[in-house]
Write a new protein. Sequence first.
Length: 74
Amino acid sequence: MAVDAVAARAEASDRREAAREAAQQYFQGRADARRDQRVEEAKKSLAVRPTPAERAIEAPPRRRGSTQLVDILA
């Protein structure tokens, strides 16, 4: 009888461990899928965004020699 109880406990422990392992694999797979999706979205976002060289062409040139004075008391 004691042997049956020990065997039943061992079986239950094995089932719990197998369920834990299956859950871990499931959640790891979901996390990997979410990460892959975020990476793909980031790649698409970067492809649409203009490069620094393209942004420099569009931006007005900055004046280097003269500084602007701002009247803080006005």
